[in-house]
Write a protein that binds this ligand. Sequence first.
Ligand SMILES: *Cc1c(COP(=O)(O)O)cnc(C)c1O
Length: 501
Amino acid sequence: MSRTDAPERERTAGLFLGSDTTPAYRTAMEQAYRAVTDVYLERATPYTGRSPEQLAAQFEDHDVLPENGQGVTETIETVAQTVVANSVGTSDPACVAHLQCPPMIPALAAEVLISATNQSLDSWDQAPAATELETRLIEALAGVFGYGDDADGVFTSGGTQSNFMGLLLARNWVLDERFDHDAQADGLPPAADSLRILCSADAHFTARQAAAQLGLGERAIVSIPTDEHHRLSIDALDSTLAELAADDCEPFALIGTAGTTDFGSIDPLAKLGAHAREHDLWFHVDAAYGGALALSDRHREKLRGIEMADSIAVDFHKLFYQPLSCGAFLLGDGTHYQYIDRNAEYLNPESDDAAHLVSKSVQTSRRFDALKPYIAFRTLGRDGFEELIDYTLDLTTAVAQRIKDDPAFELKHEPTLNAVVFRYRPPTNAETAINDRIRDRLRAAGTAMIARTTVDGEPCLKFTLLNPRTTVETIEDVLTAIKRHGSALSTGERTTRGVEQ
Ligand SMILES: *Cc1c(COP(=O)(O)O)cnc(C)c1O
């Protein structure tokens, strides 16, 4: 039987959208929706508690590519019971571990539109309205961060890619500017050995990763000590610049972090901006986490100086509550895009005056992720976002105070953003390493997802309080559970539900 015969066509053509296949689309979407409402949200705990081994065992007999299809209904049902049921409850108020936000409902509706229309932002003819909208959104965001009309930028997969782009442009800029060298055409000259990037010791690891990917090597990263608030120390910056000059090194980029991953601290951006100008350094601000403060009248001041940046990384899948992935790269002076100019003739014909965003991105095919913040901004307005941000920062202050007031805990810093780093103080004879085991026990019990970190070699616990549905009471319950597990562990007994790891 020929593959074009009617029965074959019926089976496969029904998989695709058309005005005649909407019943199939609706059925699949409703089933997926019910997996979210009836399986994922009904669980009402941040995790099932399954260990890596238990989860692996569950998928042991799973044929991910069976010879014969099972049909969409049976397949989604299986996914609901195995994958969705065992997914982390990112919307649960007691899921307070990482910078993994609860996605807001308007953005979930946006995801339906993004996937069904499948626009690709590389060229205008693959995404006409989407190209227009992303361009406008970038303009608006540039304004939010105090940039002028010359600014430009693009949506990215997140901070990793935005930081990479900032350093890529910075590298090509400095080679052109100081060495009259075209890195795009000719690669790295020997003089690139002396190039250095300055950032704080608490900067995100993706700076180091980008330096390696850019052919400068991790040795190009000069990490500057932080002050007592975990911010890049200006005194240390001054002495480092002097040492680099004495060693004939060429510092060319300075990274300021607005919201470090561990403590949420914000570097003194205005001072860094002034230093960058004085020393002719490309100033990149990693505001992946803290950029959202720009929408808050009460907290915007903490970002003062960000407008001096040559480039900015901001993530919408953190404090802007958009589902992964969604970030932006912003460039103060759009003409700097010349340093990564690409002229793929088939995508970017010179005869064509439509905008093709491919030349602004390191991606080619690219999702219309900008629709998510667009729908969210239109739905909530600036003041809606401000309310969310202000609430979670007030919550963080209140939680930090509770921890300070309780002798069973030691608060490790005064929070700037939503991160609270602290330690359970075990009774005298127990080792402080039980903080790690407390975290594991909470996860195994499924009652709370919290993070761990190390401060000066000492294991600590961490809350990241992004969820506007989390309350002080939610966290008081978690603190009570921490003390219960901590005390059980330090006296060597086993709690009823605890699983020793
Ligand atoms: C999250 C984060 C990154 C990495 O961003 P992704 O969106 O995960 O790629 C970089 N820098 C900081 C400060 C971050 O918080």
